[in-house]
Design a protein around this ligand. Structure first.
Ligand code: ADP
Ligand code: MG
Length: 255
């Protein structure tokens, strides 16, 4: 498989009033094209910092990030971001919301508009294009946020606790939904979550970070060998609880 992302010797020190905080130390890993990798670790261990560095939003203290072999020096146009809050604009309808990223980047034209419309149709939102965000369920809002992000055709999607504001039932459905869309669109995904089950059910590998300063403790390959692998099917597979126990123990040692 072809490598799309390389994270090389990343360290990060923050300076605050009390002095220096070392958030990350010597973080190294690679992600292949189309792969889904989750990052788990205790609160405050540097997960969000790591995603911001990958996206080129945050300065690093040491190391380099390469996307498709190119060094990331500033905000990377190859990256899409999904956060806990869907950040939809309540005064704009669904169509305008999904076009918003393109508008901001000055890339709204006939071709990109047609692409967004095709995504809306494909993922059952076209009939809602004239509605406003407040008229949609939490799950649908996340799907709109995803389409807005996919509109700019990112190579890598970073999800930072993207589902943690949703109630349990909705979260299961939304992870299923988003997982299927990303696989279909062949996007590579890096998923930060504190939810071990979410990490296992969504990914090909799980990276475990230690408590601060965050370093990679372990990388687990997740393999279910199922014909129709979906986050929901994974949860019913006997291997699921084995992975869960391993990761649970590994996280627990630190806390
Ligand atoms: P996580 O996402 O794993 O919970 P973060 O990446 O948000 O962790 O934070 C890692 C550490 O860096 C924390 O101790 C946090 O307080 C610190 N930190 C994060 N952002 C800043 C900042 N802008 N200035 C100073 N310290 C920060
Ligand atoms: Mg965080």
């Amino acid at each position: 498989m072809e490598k799309i992302l390389e994270v090389k010797n990343i360290s990060k020190k923050y300076q605050n009033k009390e002095g220096e905080v070392i958030a990350l130390k010597d973080v190294n890993f690679r992600v292949n094209q189309g792969e889904f990798v989750s990052i788990i670790g205790p609160s405050g261990c540097g997960k969000s910092t790591l995603l911001s560095i990958i996206a080129g939003l945050e300065e690093k203290s040491t190391g380099e990030i390469y996307i498709e072999g190119e060094k990331v020096e500033e905000i990377s146009p190859k990256i899409g971001y999904m956060l806990q809050k869907d950040c939809l604009l309540e005064w704009k309808n669904i169509l305008s919301n999904t076009m918003f990223g393109l508008e901001v980047k000055g890339k709204k034209n006939q071709e990109t508009e047609a692409y967004v419309e095709s995504l809306l149709r494909k993922y059952n939102l076209f009939d809602f294009k004239d509605k406003y965000p407040s008229e949609l369920s939490g799950g649908m809002r996340q799907r709109v946020a995803l389409i807005r992000t996919l509109a700019i055709k990112p190579k890598i999607l970073l999800l930072d606790e993207a589902f943690s504001a949703l109630d349990y039932q909705t979260r299961i459905m939304v992870t299923h939904d988003i997982y299927s869309i990303l696989r279909k669109e062949k996007v590579t995904a890096i998923i930060v979550t504190h939810d071990i089950s979410e990490a296992i059910s969504m990914s090909d590998r799980v990276l475990v970070l230690s408590k601060r300063p965050g370093t990679i403790k372990d990388i687990h390959k997740i393999e279910f060998n199922m014909e129709n692998r979906t986050p929901i099917n994974c949860r019913e597979n006997p291997k699921f609880s084995q992975y869960f126990n391993t990761l649970w123990k590994e996280l627990g040692v630190d806390e």
